[in-house]
Design a protein around this ligand. Structure first.
Ligand code: ADP
Length: 289
């Protein structure tokens, strides 16, 4: 494995030198390996959005460095725009940024700015639409004629079409209905599997994070609180609760049963896993066959 992103003593201050000065990210150091899917969690205001905005050069650190493939992204400030093609960012409610006449043009916008033309651009648009589950016939429609979920997918496709090495998604499923959430999440999983590139997913949904993340980064009060394998992080339910977070419901139930002395692992992440664990326990005890 090779390191794709390295953060060195990264800090960011809003309103520096004013009475409203706020250190939103404080001395964060960590490394992310190529191909990892990292979940980012933390209470509102803990610094998640500020942190990820520094990773694609949207805002400049007050202190510290962001290394992409070993090079400081601010090494040549004039070329910071190129970093935004390499580290693709999908903001919260990205559908508000759709503005072209057709969905096709909207998806093509970033990739065309990156320099793609002709067939190459066309393929990038169609593949990105496919990754996000947008039917080809929607491409010629106006983005304003799409449903909420489809608009969201079109906006995500616009970033995927740029073929970024790192894809950052800030609350991608927020505001979608359960079906829409499920669909989008499985598309993100597929994209990550097929492309094998690095994905950072900021989410309030512990269930989503537990399902998809290899490792989880926990922010608390502008600082890095924890970064570990997903199972390890969710085994620390008490510590997470102290900073206003929770573990997935199913993890909590299993932890409560374990506290009653039942022989169960300390971190069960999904309903399917809980089902398997409980069935094998009941079989072992001869309660079911
Ligand atoms: P999160 O994404 O975890 O909710 P943010 O990175 O948005 O956290 O915010 C971190 C801190 O920085 C919060 O205290 C927030 O109020 C403050 N903050 C965020 N954006 C701004 C801004 N544009 N101006 C001033 N303060 C901000």
């Amino acid at each position: 494995m090779s390191t794709v992103l390295e953060l060195k003593n990264l800090s960011f201050v809003y309103g520096a030198g004013t009475p409203f000065e706020k250190k939103a990210v404080d001395d964060v150091s960590l490394s992310i390996e190529q191909g990892e899917l990292i979940g980012i969690i933390g209470h509102t205001g803990s610094g998640k959005s500020t942190l990820v905005q520094m990773l694609n050069g949207l805002i400049k650190p007050a202190q510290g460095q962001v290394l992409l493939d070993g090079r400081d992204i601010w090494e040549q400030p004039k070329k910071i725009r190129d970093i935004r093609f390499r580290v693709g960012m999908v903001f919260q409610y990205p559908e508000y940024q759709l503005f072209e006449e057709t969905v096709y043009k909207d998806i093509a916008f970033g990739a065309a700015n990156k320099g793609l033309t002709g067939d190459e651009l066309d393929q990038a648009v169609r593949r990105a639409a496919d990754f996000t589950g947008l039917r080809p016939e929607l491409l010629e429609k106006s983005p304003f004629d799409l449903s909420g979920g489809e608009k969201r997918r079109a906006a995500i496709a616009g970033v995927i079409a740029m073929d970024p090495e790192v894809l950052i998604l800030d609350e991608p499923t927020a505001g979608l209905d359960p079906m829409g959430r499920e669909l989008l999440l499985s598309q993100i999983i597929n994209y990550h599997k097929e492309k094998g590139n690095t994905v950072l997913l900021v989410s309030h949904s512990m269930e989503d994070i537990a399902r998809v993340a290899d490792r989880v980064l926990v922010m608390n009060r502008s600082r890095l609180f924890m970064l570990d394998r997903t199972r390890e992080v969710f085994a620390h339910g008490d510590e997470l609760e102290k900073i206003g977070l929770r573990v997935p419901q199913v993890t909590k139930i299993m932890q409560a049963l374990r506290a009653q002395g039942i022989d169960l692992p300390d971190s069960v992440l999904t309903v399917d896993e809980a089902f398997d664990t409980l069935s094998s326990l009941l079989k072992r005890e001869g309660k079911i066959w």
